[in-house]
Design a protein around this ligand. Structure first.
Ligand code: SF4
Ligand code: SF4
Length: 76
């Protein structure tokens, strides 16, 4: 089982076109969301499916796959 988290050190929305997080468009469930342009997106870890679709669209590789156990997922 896996989840995805935003690496806040790698994520630089200022470098993304118009400050828009293009990766949010690859999450069909809107679990990866950006509240406003030029801000870092956030992931609702309790709802993230770990499908990793979003990780392929961030040009900076700022979306990191993290392995978790089932019990950890239940506790998030
Ligand atoms: S996650 Fe990637 S695409 Fe999204 S704002 Fe951060 S650097 Fe840009
Ligand atoms: S891993 Fe999948 S469900 Fe989780 S934020 Fe990325 S696209 Fe959305």
């Amino acid at each position: 089982m896996q989840l995805v988290k935003v690496d806040t050190n790698l994520c630089l929305p200022d470098d993304c076109e118009n400050g828009i997080c293009i990766a949010t468009f690859s999450c069909n469930w809107k679990i990866l969301e950006q509240k406003a342009a030029y801000t870092q997106p956030v992931i609702d870890m309790r709802r993230c499916l770990g499908c990793a679709h979003c990780t392929f669209t961030c040009p900076r590789g700022a979306l990191e796959i993290i392995p978790v156990s089932s019990s950890q997922k239940a506790g998030t």
